[in-house]
Design a protein around this ligand. Structure first.
Ligand SMILES: Nc1nc2c(ncn2[C@@H]2O[C@H](COP(=O)(O)OP(=O)(O)OP(=O)(O)O)[C@@H](O)[C@H]2O)c(=O)[nH]1
Length: 698
């Protein structure tokens, strides 16, 4: 370690800002950057001047797509902010951020409280044990209600909300915030909150503030014995103890501090930053990150420590217009100097880190070294993709990687010319490195390229980037569902391939038992040959032949998934047998087995949550049922109703338009992939017909 760290570990925060679409994440993040002195002009998110949303599509659509990591400083602390997108199609981005951040600010729209997408990201954050504070934003908006927002945290998230502030006024009259820990008030001078005074609590709010502070202390008493004692004894609890108890409760996820503000009107952002510093964890406060020693298979717990060997996770690849390929890394332990070598232990390759950059919202700063607990971008890593482990070459470790959900929707793209085809190949490869949640595949028979992703918007963005950044001209088909195929019955079959045409012929003969595997378990191959009836050197070809045939299913050409295959018998010919003939034999066995295997087509079923005013309930329920959907429950949402349902993805294309016209624009819905399920017989027949008939030969 040749350099010294600028910020001690305990003064480092890696946080994400998460929210429902339009709750104000981008605005809040921008205000944070403004107040931490990193940007000098406040850019409205929708006029194209936004500092965080620098990709062209983000500016045009006014949404945040990528999770840019940005560094800021507040009260001698370093705060690394990982911006997470709000749209469900990009949950992969949310997941990837959750993996590398230590704490989060959940931004709510104080008029709507907890919204469906807040629930989704909240649940994800809970899975990763991420401590959170809640910022009830938009307190200036019509209908804003702090207490209602707090209630929704309990009702909809079943989380223990701890209001540590009391807003003064709401809507147009939102003019101040009382800090219930300090028992002081910030009073804003005008509608724009850039100027304010911190004063004693005005007389008319004193009683209410006292009541709320008592309620806060009572809640803290539940999680802290010392406070409980003082509280029961009627003693005053010192501020430092209150803060310590809030911090402890936040870190162990037993409570979630709630703050009020209006990012847009510059109110409450600084106090929220104080809360980030006071209550969210430093890298020293989080549970150790899991890794495995590739040699011994032993589990190793990584704790932030500059003196240990280097270990980091590459969590994002971005193509930057100025410096090229950036690899964002989260350092878990150790330090790394620019110009040194690391081992990509996922790929087993040594890589040289050319330069290291600290990313600010609008500029990059070259740094000589990155320390444990920090986030930075590396230049020069050629073979590293998202989710890879980077470690000290002398201390290889594999860090717990990220799980990427399988894409459920796809489109066909056809390049206009040969030159476009070449450009498209490059584009798709680059884009796939950045975003592991989409896949591109070219069918070797038809030459058609399919791009598969998490949703329509996700695919739109990919195609848009292909056109703009890589100048690919292509025609794009309508979105299609990524169906799968599966066997439902156990069956055995022979596959025999014999050609005798003078000279050397072909001979392969196998008997294979096929058993449906658990959902998501994939393909498993077992070699149960005894006595060499199939010579050992041909067994890998049998497995290979099966794997290749699985790619293009048996019913309608969709991938056949979740299957066990046991090779248990067969025969060979001394002269004619070859790897190729056993490969063919294996694929014949699969085709033959398909007749009796109860083959089905599986379709993605989406979890669809619709929020609509009461009067449209009947219509909406009818729409869900007509789409082969299943209603799973309903909940009141103020004046509206929320309908929970499960609907096949194939029935959801264009639903946004249908819902809009059926509810006069007042309904909203969110949709996330839930599971795969067999399609009804009649639908199966239709799909098979559309794809040119079944491949199963009677
Ligand atoms: N009234 C009011 N409007 C706000 C406030 N904060 C943000 N907005 C507005 O709400 C809209 C959405 O804000 P964004 O910051 O883009 O929201 P976001 O959550 O980043 O949105 P996505 O990136 O699309 O998920 C914009 O029109 C903002 O101007 C606020 O405190 N009060």
């Amino acid at each position: 370690m040749a350099n010294t760290r600028e910020f001690p570990l305990e003064m480092t925060r890696n946080i994400g800002i998460m929210a429902h679409i339009d709750a104000g994440k981008t605005t809040t993040t921008e205000r944070i950057l403004y107040y931490t002195g990193k940007i000098h002009k406040i850019g409205e998110t929708h006029d194209g001047a936004s500092q965080m949303d620098w990709m062209a599509q983000e500016q045009e659509r006014g949404i945040t797509i990528t999770s840019a990591a940005t560094t800021a400083a507040w009260k001698d602390h370093r705060i690394n902010i990982i911006d997470t997108p709000g749209h469900v199609d990009f949950t992969i981005e949310v997941e990837r951020s959750l993996r590398v951040l230590d704490g989060a600010v959940a931004v709510l729209d104080a008029q709507a409280g907890v919204e469906p997408q807040t629930e989704t990201v909240w649940r994800q954050a809970s899975e990763y044990n991420v401590p959170r504070i809640v910022f009830a934003n938009k307190m200036d908006k019509m209908g804003a209600n702090f207490d209602f927002s707090v209630e929704t945290i309990g009702d909809r998230l079943q989380a223990n909300a701890l209001p540590i502030q009391m807003p003064i006024g709401a809507e147009d009259d939102f003019r101040g915030i009382i800090d219930l820990v300090e028992m002081k008030a910030d009073l804003y001078h005008g509608d724009d909150g850039s100027e304010w005074d911190t004063v004693d609590i005005p007389e008319e709010f004193a009683a209410e503030a006292k009541k709320r502070r008592d309620a806060m202390i009572e809640k803290l008493a539940d999680v802290d014995d010392d406070i409980m004692e003082k509280y029961l004894g009627g003693e005053e609890v010192p501020k430092a103890e209150i803060k310590a108890a809030i911090r402890k409760g936040t870190l162990d996820l037993s409570l979630f501090p709630v703050l009020a503000g209006s990012a847009f009107k510059n109110k409450g952002v600084q106090m929220m930053l104080d809360a980030v510093v006071d209550y969210l964890p430093s890298p020293l406060d989080v549970r150790p990150y899991n890794a495995t020693d590739p040699d011994t298979g032993e589990n190793v717990e990584l704790e932030a420590d500059d003196n240990k060997p280097f270990a980091a996770l590459a969590f994002k690849i971005a193509t930057d217009p100025f410096v090229g390929r950036l690899t964002f890394i989260r350092v878990y332990t150790g330090t790394l100097e620019s110009g040194s070598y690391v081992l990509n232990s996922t790929k087993g390759k040594r890589e040289r880190v050319g330069r290291l950059l600290q990313m600010h919202s609008n500029h990059r700063q070259e740094i000589p070294e990155v320390f444990s607990g920090d986030i930075a971008a590396a230049i020069g890593l050629k073979n590293t993709t998202t989710g890879d482990s980077l470690t000290d070459p002398n201390h290889p470790l594999k860090l717990e990687s990220m799980e990427f959900p399988d894409p459920v929707i796809q489109v066909a793209v056809e390049p206009k010319s040969k030159a476009d085809q070449d450009k498209m190949d490059v584009a798709l490869q680059k884009l796939a490195e950045e975003d592991p949640s989409f896949k591109a595949e070219t069918n070797p028979e038809t030459g058609e390229t399919l791009i598969a992703g998490m949703g329509e918007l996700h695919l739109d963005i990919i195609i848009d980037r292909m056109r703009r950044e890589f100048n690919v001209e292509a025609t794009v088909g309508a979105p299609q569902v990524a169906y799968r195929e599966a066997f439902t019955k156990q069956t055995s079959a022979q596959g025999k391939f014999v050609r005798q045409s003078g000279g050397k012929g072909q001979y392969g003969d196998v008997w294979i038992e096929f058993t449906p595997n658990e959902e998501g378990a994939g393909f498993e191959f077992e070699d149960a040959i005894v006595g060499g009836v199939v010579p050992r050197e041909y067994i890998p070809s049998v497995e290979q032949g099966l794997r290749e045939s699985l790619e293009n299913g048996v019913l309608a050409g969709y991938p056949l998934v979740d299957l066990k295959a046991k090779l248990y018998d067969g025969s060979y010919h001394d002269v004619d047998s070859s790897e190729a003939s056993f490969k063919v034999a294996a694929s014949l066995a699969l085709r033959n087995a398909a007749k009796n295997a109860g083959a089905v087509i599986l379709e993605p079923i989406m979890k669809v949550d619709i929020v609509i005013p009461e009067e449209y309930m009947g219509d909406i329920m009818g729409q869900v049922t007509a789409r082969r959907g299943r209603i799973d429950g309903m909940e009141e949402r103020g004046n509206a109703q929320q309908v929970h349902s499960y609907v096949p993805l194939s029935e959801m294309f264009g639903y946004a338009t249908t819902l809009r016209s059926a509810s006069q624009g007042r309904g909203v819905f969110t949709m996330t992939f839930d599971h795969y399920e067999a399609v009804p017989k009649s639908v199966q027949e239709e799909i098979i017909k559309k794809n040119g008939g079944s491949n199963i030969k009677e």
